[in-house]
Design a binder for this molecule. Structure first.
Ligand code: F0G
Length: 432
């Protein structure tokens, strides 16, 4: 039997039809989940694993649809079963590598650490997983204008997916001069209407929320629970990559807190369907300069703290009022999670270390890696525990903090050297 799907308020449990265009609860103003009655499929955990294994090993042919090759839509019955398959807009996304970070792991004291490199998605960040679902649903609903506020990665993904739908207009609100040149170029190249606002991300988020209340445009930030349904596949795919072994830890960088909420939701669903049989733990890591979720965690979540986020090389998580805080809090509690934070020096050292091991991760991803190291140093993560660090974007999107680091003379810096264009000068420079 096909499952029923609805929106369900995370605070007051009010339900709303899934076909309504909405991103919040009209009864109490809180966030919504997409709720599926997945048990209605009547399949066992074994059945699901076999189906997903079969899809994963299928060979593509000329008649294959992009979504059949997607690491998001491979799990389509659990993503958005109410969406007709012919409406799916897929590049395809997902299928990112799970790198066994052996030498890298050893350097930070972890013998079984893997890095799930979400920077290998089509627009070089994990946002493509949520956006394929959000834009497909928008297309299904016949929506013309889709919009988001962004620190640069959601906007790139929105622009790229909207560009595939004839007649759809992508609108992105960016904090002026607070995202990288590469991220800005993505939104521009994909043809999104791009507005650089004289405020920070939290200011852009406020304006885009007001805009979407006042006008018929579809909000595609992770406040929109439909996007979360795609993002939750990161955790699933990592477990699938591990041959169905559940890691002891997922370590994730936290900004607006949608991603950690999504991973947690997906894992709860697979636990209830019997696809997995034990809980991993979750670690959410922030940068010192933008640590409201860490501050709230430190109060035992008795207070929900917001702040003005300061400057950080991890500019994609420069967020002072995480919209998905209530969901992330729920997942941290359910998965016996921890929240940590790292300094600028720690995150840049971790980025340099990973890159020196051939893993091109960005400063935001390095927040998670530095956090994993810190939790190991503190004895919270055990040396031989199975750890998946989620790298959320590719280093290449963040060349300016990398260039600044290498020019800084900090430990691990590898600055370029200017040399005359002669053989003799090059030989001298190489000590030959
Ligand atoms: N890493 C990267 C590279 C990001 O772009 C983001 C968020 C995060 C981590 C944090 O994920 O917000 O779900 O906790 N970027 C958003 C954006 C805010 O607009 O691109 P989160």
């Amino acid at each position: 039997m096909a499952p029923t799907t609805c929106f369900r308020c995370v605070s007051c449990a009010a339900a709303f039809p899934i076909e309504e265009v909405r991103t919040g609860c009209t009864a109490c103003g809180s966030l919504l989940d997409v709720e599926h009655d997945l048990a209605a499929f009547g399949r066992s955990g074994d059945d699901w694993r076999r189906l997903f294994d079969r899809r994963r090993s299928a060979l593509p042919g000329l008649a294959t649809q992009p979504y059949e090759l997607s690491g998001v839509w491979r799990y389509r019955e659990h993503v958005l079963p109410c969406l007709p398959e012919e409406e799916i807009v897929s590049k395809p996304e997902g299928n990112t590598r799970l790198y066994p970070g052996r030498a890298l792991g050893e350097e930070i004291g972890l013998s079984r650490m893997f890095v799930k490199h979400e920077g290998e998605n089509p627009t070089l960040s994990f946002k493509d997983r949520g956006m394929t679902v959000g834009v497909s649903w928008a297309r299904h609903l016949g929506i013309r204008d889709v919009a988001c506020a962004s620190t640069g990665d959601t906007s790139a993904a929105l622009a790229a997916y909207a560009a595939e739908v004839p007649g759809m207009r992508g609108i992105v609100l960016l904090p002026d001069e607070k995202i990288t040149g590469e991220q800005l170029a993505q939104a521009l190249h994909y043809g999104a209407t791009t507005l650089a606002l004289s405020t920070d991300f939290d200011g852009c988020m406020k304006v885009v929320s007001e805009l979407s209340s006042a006008h018929p445009l579809y909000l595609l930030n992770s406040k929109n629970p439909v996007r979360i349904e795609g993002q939750k596949t990161i955790g699933w795919e990592a477990i699938h990559d591990l041959g169905w072994e559940v890691p002891d830890w997922f370590v994730v960088p936290v900004g607006n807190a949608g991603n950690i909420s999504a991973i947690g939701k997906g894992l709860r669903e697979w636990l209830s369907l019997g696809v997995i049989d034990r809980k991993p733990r979750l670690a959410g890591i922030q940068a010192d300069a933008a640590d409201p979720f860490y501050q709230s965690y430190r109060t035992g979540f008795t207070r929900k703290i917001t702040r003005t986020a300061g400057e950080t090389a991890a500019s994609a998580i420069r967020i002072g009022a995480p919209v998905s805080h209530p969901k992330a809090e729920r997942e941290i509690k359910f998965f016996d999670g921890v929240v940590g934070r790292v300094t600028e020096a720690e995150l840049m050292a971790a980025a340099a270390l990973a890159n020196r091991h051939g893993l091109a991760i960005c400063p935001n991803s390095a927040v998670a890696l530095a956090g994993a190291k810190k939790l190991r140093d503190e004895g919270i993560i055990g040396k031989d525990q199975l750890v998946v660090v989620v790298a959320t974007a590719h280093a290449i999107k963040f060349s300016s903090p990398a260039a600044a680091f290498h020019a800084s003379g900090a430990e691990g810096a590898n600055p370029p050297r200017k040399v005359d264009g002669t053989l003799a000068a090059v030989e001298r420079a190489l000590g030959l």
